[in-house]
Every structure is written in C-alpha cells, then in structure tokens.
Design a binder for this molecule. Structure first.
Ligand SMILES: [Fe+2]
Ligand SMILES: [Fe+2]
Length: 203
C-alpha cells in the first residue's frame, strides 16, 4: 500500500503540486530515471513511517534526489564556481556532483529551500559522518528501492529489516568495496562516513 502526502505539510515546503514536480522530473530526466525517483520517493516514505521520521520530507527528498543527475559536466562546473564550492569537487564527476551540487539546481529551479531536504539530497552520493535520520533514509531508500537488482541487494534489504543504521553500514561497506574493485577514486567524505557509520562496533 502506498503512502500519501499530508497536503498541508506538502504545501508548507513546496510552491508547486506534486504533479508539477513530477513533470519537472520528466523534463530533466529520462523516463527510466524519473521512475527510479518515484520508487525512491515511496521507499523513503515507507522507511520514514517505520522509524517515525518526517514522511513528507522523506518523500520529497526521495522524489528529487536525482533531479540534477542528467545535467552536463559544464553545468555542474558552472554551479561549483557560482556557489564557490570546494574546488576539490572539480576532481570528481557526475556520480558525486549530482547530489552535492545537485541540491543547488533544486533550490534555484524548484524554489524549494527546506535545508533538511536539500541536505539529504546533497548527502545521498557521498554520505556524511553526521548524517541525520532523513539523510540516512534517502541514502538507503536509493539503494534498496524495488527496482534495484545487484549482488548484495538481498543483504541490504535484510540489514534494513534489522535497522536503518544497519542498512547504512552495509551500504557504506558495499559501496567502498565496489569502488575499490573498480579502482575508482573515492571521495574523502565517504571514507570519513565509513569510519563513523560503517564499521563494526564492539559492545
Ligand atoms: Fe543519485
Ligand atoms: Fe538515485
């Protein structure tokens, strides 16, 4: 059963209807990715309901998390410069930018300024040692939404059945291993996040 927004809560945050946001997603994303966003929206709302978090913010952050994913590198670089973001970002690419930098496209184009939502979007690509519950919900919802199918997905869903933190830890371990196997560069904050939220803790 799908979870719906509380219309009053929604209106407090977004100057558009949900249909208009979905239309904006389709304007900027392939159908494949827009549909992923709809699944992450619903997955995030389900997790939020379970852990007693803000269902409206979880849904909105889930819906919009990949809003900027299909922008050109030139657009991201221009935004990094315009917002005077850390120049080290220029050493990375779309996989990092679409969250960390993507939040500014949401603010500018969709007139959404809720910091908790924007932060959850920003952190979904790299994590953060101080992730809030909402940040964790989007991080995990993106990873386990029903359209996902990769080696490890069953373990990720099992971890989520245990707790949100267990799912965050599994995702960090899985992501770092995957990037090392690909011999890809790893954003330092992802290691910092792993060191706090991804390690086995002795009781
Ligand atoms: Fe993403
Ligand atoms: Fe995503």
């Amino acid at each position: 059963m799908s979870i719906e927004y509380d219309p009053l809560e929604f209106k407090k945050i977004v100057p558009y209807t949900r249909d208009e946001l979905v239309a904006a997603l389709h304007e900027h994303l392939s159908d494949y990715r827009a549909e992923h966003c709809l699944r992450v929206e619903q997955q995030a709302m389900q997790i939020a309901a379970k852990v007693d978090a803000d269902v409206t913010k979880a849904g909105l952050a889930g819906l919009l998390h990949d809003y900027a994913k299909e922008r050109s590198n030139a657009e991201f670089i221009a935004m990094i410069q315009k917002k005077q973001l850390d120049p080290d970002l220029l050493n990375y690419g779309n996989a990092i930018w679409h969250g960390v930098v993507g939040r500014y496209f949401i603010e500018a184009e969709l007139d959404i300024h809720d910091e908790a939502i924007l932060q959850a979007v920003a952190r979904h690509t790299v994590g953060d040692p101080a992730m809030t519950t909402l940040d964790k919900i989007i991080f995990v919802a993106d990873f386990v939404e029903p359209g996902r199918n990769f080696p490890g997905i069953d373990e990720a869903r099992q971890a989520l059945a245990v707790s949100l933190d267990a799912a965050v830890a599994y995702e960090l371990q899985h992501t770092i291993l995957y990037l090392v196997e690909k011999q890809a560069k790893i954003f330092p904050r992802t290691f910092e996040t792993y060191n706090v939220l991804g390690i086995h803790k002795e009781d």
